[in-house]
Ligand binder design. Structure first.
Ligand SMILES: C[S@@+](CC[C@H](N)C(=O)[O-])C[C@H]1O[C@@H](n2cnc3c(N)ncnc32)[C@H](O)[C@@H]1O
Ligand code: SF4
Length: 407
């Protein structure tokens, strides 16, 4: 390698080493399919846990071989589906294998999503021994009638008992709640949110119910039932959410995610900062930058694995991975992803950082349109940190802003 190339490589690798690097493992099985959920989740039928687990380990080895540079993991995330249904011995093997392949940053965050039933909570304590240090629990509501509407298999009492047990074993615990249910009044949401905030958690994900195509809720909506709150009332609940969480010291650091300072989910920040991660398991997405010697710059690879668990398992057994699509993103794709994801964050985006990774961005971002959005009060240019952030008004019309500023 000649000198300029080596210099380009050093500075590219240096840029990457300052950015986070995560590993996502998808467990696609659930006890029952919730009527609102369009995640890649299936009610487990005939899968043999051992062969499924071996396939996850095998695919992880393959994904590691796609990265020429050594990078330690800053986060590992077991998502689903319902990862709390994973056998703890498998969680332990996956963590050990990831550590051997990549190495762990000293303060690695290892999260598992959990459903609040007592059986699963028991295995969460074994997950702790296996190395998991953060739990994200799908409480979904603090009202039994809402839980019934959402088709959940647990009551509020079950969820609070599960939360209590998990909090005794883990320092970092987050809950998910779904709001803006049909007929949910501002008063009812204020009461529920205030109860949730009184739990004293340092992270919460608060999602407005969305009706996703292909779900039972979608079919019911098409038949004329009202399945979610109208946009105006949902926007009112969103404002209440911002006001109450901020007052409680849990402001939004992303549109639906709230945390005390320093308690943000590092793994999810990796997605929103369009940094690098590898995805293992059915339907998992991965995105990572590598140095391309021919072009003398970084390029970003995007992978997607087969979505169906059976097809994925067959593919991994045959060829060592279930990758269905592997593409090199153009620098423009990467720059757009950084803007689209970054504007969801309260820290916003830094054009200088985007330029450093993607090159000249003037032809892909419409700067006069950015200025118009600033004048409209939807975007704010923070001169101190030289970042561009979305205002509360802007967050309600993020899609509109993006279509105006990206070209
Ligand atoms: C991968 S899912 C589920 C994790 C876990 N299986 C559970 O159900 O608790 C992550 C979160 O997305 C949220 N979610 C899923 N579908 C949603 C929808 N249609 N609208 C709003 N939030 C949704 C739920 O809060 C859920 O906890
Ligand atoms: S919401 Fe959770 S438990 Fe329900 S189907 Fe989706 S992933 Fe499974």
């Amino acid at each position: 390698m000649n000198k300029p190339e080596s210099h380009q490589k050093d500075s590219a690798v240096n840029l990457l080493s300052n950015r986070s690097f995560g590993l996502y493992v998808h467990w696609p099985f659930c006890r029952a399919k919730c009527p609102y959920c369009d995640f890649n989740s299936h009610v487990k039928t005939t899968f043999d846990e051992k062969s499924f687990g071996n396939a996850l380990l095998k695919e992880m080895t393959h994904m590691a071989s796609l990265l020429p540079e050594h990078r330690s993991l800053s986060s590992l995330f077991f998502g689903g589906g319902t990862p709390s249904l994973m056998p703890p011995w498998l969680v332990e093997q996956l963590i050990a294998h990831a550590q051997n392949l990549f190495g762990f940053a000293a303060d690695i965050e290892i999260t598992a999503e959990a459903n609040p039933t007592s059986v699963e909570v028991k295995s969460m304590l074994e997950f702790r021994r296996a190395g998991v240090n953060r739990v994200s629990m799908g409480v979904q509501s603090l009202d039994d009638a809402n839980l019934k509407f959402l088709g959940r298999e647990h009551s509020v009492k079950d969820a609070l008992a599960a939360l209590d047990t998990v909090r005794k074993a883990f320092d970092a615990v987050s809950i998910d709640l779904i709001y803006a249910l049909p007929n949910q009044s501002a008063k009812a949401w204020r009461t529920m949110l205030s109860e949730a905030l009184s739990l004293g958690l340092r992270h919460m994900s608060l999602y407005q119910l969305t009706i996703e195509a292909g779900t039972i809720f979608h079919t019911r909506q098409r038949k004329g039932e009202i399945m979610a709150l109208d946009d105006d009332r949902a926007a009112d609940l969103y404002e209440i959410t911002q006001e109450m969480t901020t007052a409680a010291g849990l402001p939004a650091y992303e549109i639906s995610n709230h945390a005390a300072v320093g308690q943000e989910c590092r793994h999810n920040l990796t997605y929103w900062q369009a940094a690098d991660w590898i995805g293992v398991g059915p339907g998992a997405h991965g995105r990572f930058a590598v140095f391309e010697p021919e072009r003398g710059c970084l390029s970003r690879t995007a992978t997607i694995t087969r979505r169906g668990p059976a097809g994925w398992l067959n593919a991994v057994n045959k060829i060592g991975h279930g990758i269905e699509k592997k593409e090199i993103d153009t620098p423009k794709d990467w720059a757009h992803e950084m803007v689209m994801m970054g504007l969801r964050l309260s820290d916003g985006i830094h054009f200088d950082a985007i330029k450093a990774l993607c090159g000249s961005i003037e032809s892909w971002i419409d700067f006069p349109a950015v200025n118009q959005c600033i004048e409209a009060g939807w975007l704010h240019h923070d001169h101190e940190t030289s970042s561009l952030v979305t205002t509360q008004d802007g967050r309600l019309r993020l899609n509109h802003i993006l279509s105006a500023i990206l070209r």
